[in-house]
Design a protein around this ligand. Sequence first.
Ligand code: GDG
Length: 761
Amino acid sequence: MDTAINTFRRIIIVSYRLPFRIQSDGDKKVLVQNSGGLVSAMSALTEKLSANKEQPLSDKIIWIGCGENTEAEYLDASDSSSDYHLIPVNIDDQTNKLFYGGFSNDFLWPIFHYFSNYAVFNETYFEAYCKAQRLFLEKIEACATEQDFIWIHDYQLLLLPGMIREKIPSATIGFFLHTPFPSFETFRILNRPWREALLNGMLGADLIGFHINDYAQYFLRAVSRTLGHDVGLNTTIVDGRMIRVDAFPIGIDFRKFDEAARSKKVQSEIKQIRSNLGPSKLIFSIDRLDYTKGFLSRLASYEFFLEKYPEWHEKIVFNMIVIPSRDTIGSYQEMKKEIDALVGRINGKYGTIVWRPIIYQYRSVPFDELVALYSLSEVALITPLRDGMNLVCKEFAACQIKNAGVLILSEMAGAAAELGEALIINPTDKMEVAAALNKALLLPVRERELRMELIRKRLMNYDVYSWGKDYFNSVILIKKEQDLRKVVVLRKEIRDQIISAYNNSGKRIIFLDYDGTLVPYSRFPELAVPTDKTIRMLDKLCSDPNNQVILISGRARSFLDEHFGNLPLHLVAEHGAFVKFPGHKWTCEIDNDQNWKTSILPILQRYSDHCIGAFIEEKTTSLAWHFRNVDAEIASAKVNQLREELREITSNDTLLCMMDGNKVIEIRRAGYDKGFAAMKYLKENSFDFLLAIGDDKTDEDLFRVMPENSYTVKVGLVPSLAKYNLRSQADVSALLAEFAKDDRVPIPFFGKLVNSIVELI
Ligand code: GDG
């Protein structure tokens, strides 16, 4: 961890809210930590980092977030031992209302927690969401460098990683989502532009962390289905940058709770509470006021338990603490009223003169009291309807120093994936919850101890420190991986160098691929035709007697003839199977037997039937199965199956081979490729300017045979044998336009006349 930390100059944490507020302590102003899952986790982590005497942090951790005070006031209130340098983001009230209360809490929060019926759709929410994140961006830009690690947290800031990436392309950015990420069926409720914007925003990060693997997989699925990016088990590649998407189940500061539970202060607090409680067994829960936490169904289950198991009356007490949160929002106030009423009804129905079944408190709890309550409770009843992780259940276990308590935990909390020894329940099934309560209260001591011991051991091993370490190490690993796969973008200096080499050379050879290189991809190949501008540019290029320009394509002869037949170009069709010199006829470079197609066509047809959007292109020497219009997810499953099937055939038939292209699988006669075709031209080794440009996997064969002194350019930011990468097809047109930029300008006759005059002058 320490090595990982020291890889970066500084850590910059960014979250919606700053973790501290300023309070007066006599004459002095002091920083007081806010409550909440993110703050608890991060402060535990940073305390540990700062406490490391051998390798303390080189600088304070910068934390950027909304706060009530100015930067100077925070600085003033923090003492020299403080771990943080707090930088507040100021968002005006109206924007904040729409951004935080609106888009974040009234829209994303319910959708991400599967409460889509609570989601409020409002155009202005999203505008404010974008505006607010630009304000965060300003603060980050003012302090961040490429050597820092910027760690962004949670659903309020989903756009921010992408915004930073645009401004600081080589920044190291981590993103961690503390809520669940919903399945695609729920995520697709968002309208398409928002869906795309949010995913693209998150993909600005190098490492995207979730609490559990399910959320990571749902995210990757959303990326594949919404943006059409290829996704692997835990990675995806965007603009040539590999991004890791993984699960990092957040831990707690186990020792802090464990030690506090053993402390004298807490032990005397326990005695105090115990003497008030009497012999009753204590069932405990504490959560922020939120509909996701499942208060109403928890109370309904408890009521059912009281009804079904009357033998427990007067022997148990349920202490339900609700922490004030978001209670300015109307729906939260409503929910609070419902909780108040239900508690009142249950206590009225089952309570006696000596017994109140529920002790309900709506308040915050000081740390020592919280630890005491965790420690002395016999049962923790943690039943959220959805929860990213849930730290309360972990803290309860950390305080069970005698291993005596039982944890009842909702299967809808991320923590359930880790804590299998708890009694796992469905929080909406009151019968199951009631039965679990009864079981928990009756569980033999030995079984309670065994279960709790295992839970505690796991939480101790993977505490918040290990979580941070895991996350930091993964950031380093993905950066290393990116370095290995680095693409060399053809920057202006290299471009100038190529243009000047072109201008200073006398014998040039230029290989140009067609689709994706000379023209952008289109939904149907027939529609990807060259523009007049492209034809004019090619005309100029190949009319230069010093140039030999070869259009080296996978297209059929007829297509190339139709569009380029009038130009003095060399044409190579079907990936090298046919070659045509300017003014000559096509020559076939291979054995042109076509019988093999009869067995392959039905296979391709069968896959087309199952993949809406797929189509077959029949060429003389090959059959191409195009899947660019197939739903990405269906394609990823079916394409692999088809590959396997074809591989089986080609491994038994040495005359056939399979080619993986850009959203196309092609099966053809073996023994030739673009490299093979190019070699015929390159044999004549007297060129002083050599250039090859292509975007497809089949162009790698071309790059492979180009001599060392060539310029080879891959279109798209993906690793390649080519020396340089251009971002897009449009960049190729711009580069070629530079070569063709003799000032002899426009079209044929008049153009040539003007040129001659220019030359004369
Ligand atoms: C989000 C996700 C995820 C709260 N009130 C008091 C208090 N707290 C502390 C608890 C606990 C934390 O706040 C609450 O964490 P949870 O995980 O239970 O819930 P959220 O606030 O919803 O947190 C959640 C979490 O982020 C972390 O990623 O687990 O799923 O929703 O640490 O102890 N502590 C004290 N007094 C309070 O009144 N001392």
